[in-house]
Design a protein around this ligand. Structure first.
Ligand code: BGC
Length: 527
């Protein structure tokens, strides 16, 4: 089956039309292991959110928070009880992740994606065990830092690994396994929390310890999974790279793809400092869109804040103490549905279509939430049941739209934009920026809600508008474009071509011997 497709046929690309692939068991195994990385991320997001609101947990470690929580059980206002220390405890994981991801970058580049995935799983396992056994706050914090390091490693290596292993034609769907398993992880964690909350006084230990299960699975998988061929070429292990590529693609005709990898690796070897290289003019689009813009905007959509606020609406609808679990079941189901929708169409309709279509919807939903709350809620006035029902529906539509656009594409698109020489460095910046904004939003949301009131949702609406225009103007379509040929899109983009110029022919960038070899092979291929 030949790769390629519309984007590859428009004359911009080099050898995309010559790529061949089959779906092999070897490839499926690699994807499954890679996707477990997403579930680690999800289980942790879900477990920590739930445990920090469990009474037994609060009584043991944060008694003052517990007492004040009891005094604020019935909210009809924007200024909900806000505890910065507890939020900081939750955010400590993101801070550990954003620092460790830079260490992960060096390992991912020099030793390969597999080793980073294995390191991530070990750190995750230790963190889960220490947290489950915690008898004081220090143990809790050490556990969370180790979990954060696990996320720093796995979010750095997994999206990248999936994008490299996938044939160009289905790369979008394969990479989005990461988001799908993240959402499933959150959903499962919520169900576990629902059960363990009833086990007094130590049920929270099961919740925190449950993160060890996907960590063990990922470790076992990591030991047996193949390294990505791109990484093997990058490390100079060309023979192995060729063998893995043949087995993963299920064909001997891998010459075109292999040549692209080899060219990319020649360039990569000449780069001494990949972080400094990321700042070069030729990598400006990747820096602006992939490393900073997309991960930052993903968090500025306000999705996590909407998820956070949803239980209040469910409570108002009369679901009482079950409202939290119900709302998280429904909203997370929305995220899973969104991820499945995205997987089905991302390689046909493209990334831009999803970003733009869902962006317009998300803008409208945020305006609806803001305006409804503005007129119908606050200053001691509770929402009526009718408006709560409407808001719950709007929230479901919002999370489904996020779940098929900024959620999965926020990890997919950056992982496919960077050239090999800065791919792992670039992905570290992606994780770092994503974590900074996740922590920032978590830390500031309640304070902002208290002061801006319903205006915070209108602010998110404005930001969604800005990010949609950003995509329309600056992101070229990457669907079906081989990962090592994506840079060509910028050389032909209406705006970026003025910044990046055109790359030199191979012989100027690599040794004469390699260039001649590539030219000869290319001539054979074309013949
Ligand atoms: C985001 C998280 C979010 C999750 C589920 C991920 O892509 O990075 O911040 O919580 O999706 O919505």
């Amino acid at each position: 089956m030949a790769g390629g497709g519309p984007a590859a046929d428009n004359g911009v690309l080099k050898r995309a039309h010559l790529y061949e692939y089959n779906i092999t068991g070897y490839f499926i195994f690699a994807c499954v292991v890679g996707a477990i990385g997403g579930s680690l991320f999800g289980v942790d997001l879900g477990v920590s959110g739930g445990v920090t609101s469990m009474d037994d947990f609060l009584k043991e470690f944060f008694p003052a928070v517990y007492r004040r929580k009891q005094a604020h059980l019935h909210e009809t206002d924007y200024c909900k009880y806000d505890n910065q220390i507890l939020t900081l405890f939750t955010s400590s994981l993101y801070f550990a992740a954003l620092v460790s991801t830079f260490g992960a970058s060096v390992i991912t580049r020099k030793k390969g994606r597999r080793i980073s995935i294995i390191c991530g799983s070990i750190s995750f396992f230790l963190g889960a065990v220490i947290n489950a056994a915690a008898v004081n706050i220090l143990m809790l914090i050490i556990g969370r830092v180790l979990l954060g390091v696990g996320i720093g490693f796995s979010n750095q290596a997994v999206p990248l690994y999936l994008s490299e292993m996938a044939p160009a034609k289905i790369r979008g769907a394969v990479n989005q396994l990461f988001q799908l398993t993240t959402c499933l992880g959150i959903l499962i964690a919520n169900l576990i929390n629902y059960g363990t909350e009833k086990i007094h006084p130590w049920g929270w230990r099961i919740s925190l310890g449950s993160a060890a299960v996907p960590a063990v699975l990922m470790f076992i998988g990591g030991v047996f999974m193949p390294e990505s061929p791109n990484s093997l070429v990058e490390q100079g292990r060309e023979k192995e790279a060729r063998e893995v590529l043949e087995r993963v693609r299920g064909t001997k005709n891998i010459e075109a793809e292999f040549l692209d990898m080899k060219e990319a690796s020649e360039e990569a070897r000449s780069v001494k400092n990949p972080f400094r290289n990321l700042l070069k003019r030729k990598n400006r689009p990747q820096l602006v869109i992939g490393a900073i813009g997309i991960p930052m905007f993903q968090q500025l959509t306000g999705n996590n804040s909407i998820l956070f606020y949803a239980p209040v609406f469910f409570q108002t609808m009369g679901f009482g103490s079950g409202s939290s679990i119900l709302s998280s079941l429904i909203t997370n189901a929305g995220l899973v549905v969104g991820a499945l929708m995205s997987m089905a169409v991302v390689d046909k309709l493209g990334r831009r279509f999803l970003f733009i279509e869902a962006g317009i919807e998300m803008f409208c939903y945020m305006v609806m939430v803001g305006v409804t709350l503005g007129y119908k809620f606050g200053d001691g006035v509770a929402l009526t049941k009718g408006y709560s029902v409407m808001l719950v529906i709007v929230i479901c539509l919002f999370v489904t739209a996020f779940g098929r656009s900024w959620g999965p594409l926020g990890w997919l698109v950056p992982s496919e934009l960077f050239p090999l020489e800065t791919r792992s460095a670039g992905q570290s910046v992606v994780v770092c920026v994503n974590m900074i904004f996740t922590a920032l939003i978590a830390q500031c949301f309640l304070v902002a809600l208290c002061h801006l009131r319903y205006g915070i949702f209108l602010l998110f609406a404005g930001l969604i508008l800005v990010m949609t225009v950003f995509i329309v103007l600056l992101l070229p379509e990457t669907k079906r474009v081989p990962i090592e040929e994506v840079y060509l899109l910028f050389e032909n983009h209406w705006f970026w071509k003025r910044i990046v110029g055109t790359r030199q022919p191979p012989e100027k960038e690599m040794g004469e011997k390699d260039a001649t070899e590539i030219r000869e092979k290319e001539a054979n291929l074309q013949a």
